[in-house]
Design a protein around this ligand. Sequence first.
Ligand code: FAD
Length: 384
Amino acid sequence: MDYDISIVGGGPAGSTAALLLTKSGFNVSLFEKKSFPREVLCGEFLSFEVTKILKSLNLFDDFLQLQPKPVNNLSLFFNDGKKINTSLNFQAYALKRSVFDKFLLDSAINAGVNVHQPSVVRNIINQSDHYILNTTDELGNVNKISSKYVIAAYGKSGLLDKKLNRSFAGEKTFLNGVKYHIENNFFNDLKQNEIKMFVSKGIYCGINTVNKNETTVCFLENRKKIQGSAKEHLIELFFKKHKLFNPFKDVFRNKIFSQPVYGTGNIFFGKKNIVENGIYMIGDAARVIAPLSGDGIGIAMESAMLISKILLGQRENNLSKEETEKIYLNDWTKMFRSRLQIALIIQNIALNDSAQKIGFIIFSKFPSLSHLLIKRTRNLQSNI
Ligand SMILES: Cc1cc2nc3c(=O)[nH]c(=O)nc-3n(C[C@H](O)[C@H](O)[C@H](O)COP(=O)(O)OP(=O)(O)OC[C@H]3O[C@@H](n4cnc5c(N)ncnc54)[C@H](O)[C@@H]3O)c2cc1C
């Protein structure tokens, strides 16, 4: 057998699982198809859970060396020009994913994980007591790797969904995500420590500063509800309704249209199997949380911690594969299901014009409700 455990994907879920399992004495390999640093679609908001896990991994001080921007305030901007401001009630950060993901993967490499990068996993074949992974490296060499267990951390969608016959593969949701980095001096009203969230018909957009020069603009759009270009729609919203950017609208328009864009189409937020053909799914591969919650990275890392603990327990207690799968499914459901469902309900409200208006009235009358909802989408207890 080449490895005890093979992990597909080197995002926050895969790197965290690889690091923990290697520290527990497993012989772990990780396959990542892209060279790092690489960009990825994300609002680049790192919630409370992320810092909690970094502390538990003794990585928090090194993380602070990357100079993430502290965030503890949320401003919500509505389509009719109204605005709500609220504190987050927890300390969050903003940092470019290219920097954060490289930091986590480097930490896994330093811990002794066998990282194959760039290396694409093209198929995973179940041989009942082990798996064969078919991989291709950057020179086009095809390899067959044997592994006792496989953890899939390949993100929200990918070629493996089809290979593994996952029920949602190829589904058209019309929900598309887009991210840009824009220089800070393009904004009139950038407050440090704040994430701005714009909601309008069929679109919502998060804006936060990620370092001393750059700000992330990231939005999710429902193509069925938006007519014309989502970018034009956002420009109108920013300029006309909230006067957020510098007065030279055309300069800004040229800027936003000429930026490199990181995007994904047809994002599926529905239920997925948590264990697929004996393969443990973690992070977005298990289920995608609505991005409005800003908690996807936290859940990715928490699910990595969960599977690592369970596989360690399996080795110590000599549990069968069936027993282990059952424990993972139960614990995953207990930890994440209601957080995912609440985030999805909030997203549906945000993307719907009339529900949004009612939402604004309720939130402005009962501001503590926004704290409650934020709390219900995350794990704010002190222990992971
Ligand atoms: C519009 C939008 C905005 C978001 N904003 C935020 C936010 O502000 N804060 C937040 O916490 N979350 C946010 N999220 C969610 C967050 O980005 C994800 O939840 C998080 O990236 C999941 O981590 P992961 O490790 O599961 O997957 P990923 O980060 O997607 O990593 C998967 C990795 O697997 C690799 N890979 C894929 N297929 C293969 C293969 N076949 N072989 C080898 N490697 C492979 C990929 O290259 C990638 O590096 C947002 C999501 C969207 C859609």
